[in-house]
Ligand binder design. Structure first.
Ligand code: MCA
Ligand code: AMP
Length: 518
């Protein structure tokens, strides 16, 4: 069959699917910001088209990366959509990362374009140009910067680039337990298949069914805020109330005009601290979703008692997007506090013991998964990628848990040395690497301890070199000058020695017990 006779292959570009979900009335409001700005669906289409045309004018190679480290804004969302519709690769980076961290990401990912805050242009552009980046644009929350100035010169009509489901759409860095961050490669198919499953699973309502309004209070440089929240609303043609950052009182005010809220457990803990959180305040809401970190059963039951709503907890990863979810519809079962619910349709989840042998129901073991939303692999790390998959194609999550007779999964811990603080991942190995390099430090260990607000925070235990006197406050201050603020241990102790097992390995469990409280 000649090419021309072949049926027009449907375009698997995620953007094509998202905008197909936009409401018929494109002049209606798509986003309402906490600063009182309104953007229509047409604005999203027009602005993302102009930016896509601008990106295409740069004549970048296929698969070029667009690295973005900017404060949350609607224009940053439009840039994400523009990158998708241009068929390029979106690489979001936490705004708290400092130059040492950014140098690593840019060296590793070799982005063709970097978009940064104007305030960081000085140091970041130098670092990017040295690494071979061709273009550095600025984008500020007040809609100033060279990116929008440049895009304003381009037209509003744009043909969405043709992509196959397996084409790369985004790279999400999820730091490695060995300290080196790994770029999780997610395809258009990974993202769209998961968005469609969640649309059904969570009962997103079409405009005809009364529609939905999402309060978006999460950062948009991680999977939860960038994919789970944004794709949920866009695919469903649902308005977003767009908060630049989480503020409990602002969220409380918006509950009256919204129906869906997604958050990490810390957001729920802080909302519970507000006397304004009442049944009446949430009378319009239909769904509260929690994830990214364990939701304490106390938070689950307190929320239920205070608001009458049962939080829906779900479980996912940057490498897999969402994997399991408690039910939304009563006909599918109850929401069990302390569990992350059954595997999503299409996801195979198993708990294994040694040799990847599946364990009997209810037994605790390593969680492994397979499914359409499991990533393509780690950027530039084929060996590391291969290590993370079993011979029969299951991805090793590094999480430890069990599955009950009804299929509900419970995460009981992690085999990976990881602290999840306020929903952000903090890798002890990375912090230890920086602390060990400080003058006078012989060795260090960073462990996670419970925290009422962030769920878990880091504590550093440090050994000084012989004859050196170390000041804990100075160790933290020096680390804070180098690393993202959320990674900095909340407490630091200088001790004579670290507890070790027979093999000489630091016994972090003993340190966690010893430093559990300040
Ligand atoms: C801020 N600080 C933190 C954290 N956030 N410390 C530890 N852990 C944190 N998460 C510190 C800052 O360093 C600063 O300290 C002080 O708190 C105030 O900073 P600020 O930014 O104002 O804090 P905040 O506004 O209170 O932020 C807390 C927050 C934020 C709203 C909970 O951390 C947040 O938005 N977390 C959401 C993360 C997220 O989106 N996770 C999804 C990952 P100092 O003053 O000393 O500098 S995706 C994922 O995990 C998978 C795929 C999944 O399942 O979703
Ligand atoms: P990330 O590396 O940002 O993709 O974070 C993924 C990790 O977050 C998972 O491997 C889990 O350890 C953790 N996680 C995500 N959702 C939950 C949840 N609902 N309960 C417990 N841990 C979770």
């Amino acid at each position: 069959m000649s090419l021309s006779a072949m049926p027009q292959l449907s375009n698997a570009n995620l953007f094509a699917a998202l905008c197909a979900g936009f409401p018929a009335d494109l002049q209606s409001v798509a986003l309402e910001t906490d600063a009182g700005a309104y953007y229509s669906w047409q604005d999203l289409l027009d602005a993302s088209a102009m930016m896509a045309n601008m990106l295409e004018s740069l004549e970048l190679p296929a698969g070029a990366r667009i690295a973005v480290q900017v404060e949350k804004s609607v224009e940053a969302l439009m840039l994400y959509l523009a990158t998708l519709r241009a068929g390029l690769v979106y690489l979001p980076l936490n705004t708290a990362y400092q130059s040492a961290e950014m140098a690593y990401f840019i060296e590793d990912a070799k982005p063709a374009v970097v978009v940064c805050a104007g305030a960081n242009f000085g140091w970041l552009s130098k670092l990017a140009f040295v690494a071979g980046t061709a273009y550095v644009f600025t984008l500020n929350e007040d809609r100033t910067g060279s990116l929008l100035e440049r895009a304003a010169q381009f037209g509003r009509s744009h043909t969405v680039a043709h992509c196959s489901a397996n084409d790369l759409a985004a790279i999400i860095y999820t730091s490695g337990t060995t300290g080196r961050s790994k770029g999780a490669m997610l395809s258009h198919g990974n993202l769209l298949s998961n968005a469609r499953v969640l649309q059904k699973k969570w009962g997103w309502r079409s405009v005809e069914q009364g529609g939905d309004v999402l309060i978006h209070a999460l950062p948009i440089f991680h999977v939860h805020g960038l994919f789970v929240a944004i794709h949920g609303a866009l695919l469903n043609g649902s308005k977003m109330i767009w908060l630049a950052k989480f503020d409990p009182q602002a969220v409380l005010r918006h509950f009256a005009h919204a129906t869906v809220f997604m958050g990490v457990p810390t957001l729920y803990v802080r909302l519970l601290g507000e006397s304004g959180l009442t049944r009446d305040a949430v009378r319009n809401m239909r769904l509260f979703i929690s994830g990214s970190a364990p939701l304490l059963i106390e938070t689950f039951t307190d929320w239920q008692a205070r608001t009458g709503h049962t939080i829906l907890e779900r479980y996912g990863m940057s490498e897999t997007i969402m994997l399991t979810s408690n039910p939304y519809f009563p006909r599918e079962g109850v929401r069990l506090g302390g569990t992350v619910g059954p595997a999503l349709p299409g996801v195979q989840l198993r708990v294994v013991g040694d040799g990847d042998q599946p364990l009997p129901v209810g037994e605790v073991g390593a969680i492994q998964v397979k499914g359409p939303s499991v990533f393509l692999g780690y950027w530039n790390m084929p060996e590391k990628t291969a290590e993370e998959f079993t011979a029969d194609g299951f991805f090793k999550t590094g999480d430890v848990g069990r599955v009950d007779a009804q299929g509900y999964a419970t995460i009981v811990g992690r085999s990976k040395d990881l602290i999840i603080s306020g929903g952000y991942n903090v890798y002890p190995a990375e912090i230890e690497g920086y602390i060990n390099a400080l003058p006078g430090v012989a060795e260090s260990a960073v462990v996670g301890v419970p925290d009422p607000d962030f769920g878990e925070v880091g504590v550093a235990v440090v050994i000084a070199k012989a004859g050196v006197v170390l000041d804990p406050a100075s160790i933290l201050a020096q680390t804070k000058a180098i690393l993202a603020n959320f990674k900095i241990p909340k407490r630091c102790y200088v001790v004579k020695e670290l507890p070790r097992n027979a093999m000489g390995k630091v016994q972090k469990n003993l340190l966690r017990a010893q430093y559990r409280t300040a």
